[in-house]
Design a protein around this ligand. Structure first.
Ligand SMILES: NC(=O)c1ccc[n+]([C@@H]2O[C@H](COP(=O)([O-])OP(=O)(O)OC[C@H]3O[C@@H](n4cnc5c(N)ncnc54)[C@H](OP(=O)(O)O)[C@@H]3O)[C@@H](O)[C@H]2O)c1
Length: 300
């Protein structure tokens, strides 16, 4: 009899996300074992405890999932995990802090898809303005869009200083060139909206960031997307089910993408990566770029 498929789920926080546990079982893992309060300097020992006990064949039936809420901490843990493995005792590692990697992947893949459908173009050269841009979903969406050639502005509602700080950190870590923007007042938001080809809203659930009055006259706007599923919408006028429908009375003919459309692609991408971890013979590191490639396969 084959040994069970075991997914070890490490999080620096107090709780492993029940969403991720459900996703793990639904993707075919026989057990999803949570570990909370995991510190960066404990990762190497925990990885070596994970890989050696079952032999190289058992290692193929074992995986590590990294949760938490911090994009940078997750990426650090992933690097440490890989460095701590001793071939042929190697397991796949997937990171998805706050669901941010797979959500950002679904969001940017859908934007790319609707941009192509509406305009025949891609993200290269587009100005992408990310409200709620300093959180996990916002940062990773910004990185993915920047890697696809967009000019990205990460917005903070605390002002430009906070946004610049996050943009610098992001550029240093991920080798992109995003900038920071001020979202602390209605006037500041209007200026940003008026320069945007694409608006992404990745602010907390239930927080309205942009009114429809602000978005409607935006002269260059092609796509406006909001990942918040909890009323009120992050962008007033974007419906949770919207999947490329016209934003109401948009003067530029922009289309809207809502949270459930993003969630559908996110779900499929996360399921796909979780399955890949045990279905493929070779051990892999699966972070946001892998999630984005998977998500691109689920749009259209
Ligand atoms: N659709 C899906 O499938 C799906 C899946 C997962 C998550 N989500 C949603 O994705 C969104 C982002 O998640 P996250 O974990 O990245 O969010 P988060 O870290 O909680 O918030 C993102 C950023 O929003 C900013 N913010 C806080 N209060 C604000 C306010 N009053 N007005 C404007 N901005 C504010 C904060 O930055 P500053 O303080 O710097 O402004 C924060 O960094 C949430 O709405 C979540 O529910 C959707």
């Amino acid at each position: 009899m084959e040994s069970p498929l075991l997914l070890h789920m490490f999080t620096p926080g107090r709780h492993t996300s029940p969403f991720d546990v459900n996703m793990a079982y639904d993707a075919g893992w026989d057990a999803a074992i949570p570990y909370s309060g995991v510190e960066q300097d404990e990762v190497a020992d925990m990885v070596q405890d994970t890989i050696f006990s079952r032999g190289p064949d058992g290692a193929r039936r074992t995986g590590i999932f990294l949760g938490g809420k911090d994009v940078y901490a997750s990426m650090d843990m992933m690097e440490t995990a890989r460095e701590s493995m001793v071939p042929p005792f190697e397991v796949s590692v997937m990171a998805d802090p706050s669901g941010g990697f797979t959500t950002a992947a679904g969001l940017v893949a859908l934007v790319e898809h609707h941009l192509r459908a509406a305009q025949g173009g891609d993200l290269a050269g587009q100005t992408v303005v990310v409200f709620g841009g300093t959180g996990p979903v916002g940062v990773v969406s910004g990185v993915l869009a920047a890697r696809a050639g967009a000019e990205v502005v990460l917005i903070s509602h605390q002002g430009k200083g906070r946004a610049d700080q996050e943009a610098e950190r992001c550029n240093e870590r991920f080798g992109v060139q995003v900038s920071g923007g001020d979202g602390s007042s209605e006037d500041a938001k209007r200026n940003l909206v008026n320069e945007a080809d694409i608006i992404l809203c990745t602010a907390p659930a239930g927080v309205q960031v942009l009114t429809a009055d602000l978005v409607r006259p935006a002269p260059r706007l092609k796509v406006v997307a909001d990942v918040n599923a909890v009323p009120p919408a992050g962008v007033e006028g974007v419906g949770v089910q919207d999947d490329g429908v016209g934003f109401p009375d948009s003067e530029s003919g922009a289309v809207a993408i809502g949270a459930l459309a993003v969630g559908g692609v996110k779900y499929q991408a996360q399921h796909d990566l979780l399955r890949r971890m045990h279905a493929q013979a070779a051990a892999e590191d699966l972070a946001f770029q892998a999630a984005f490639e998977a998500a691109r396969g689920f749009v259209g």
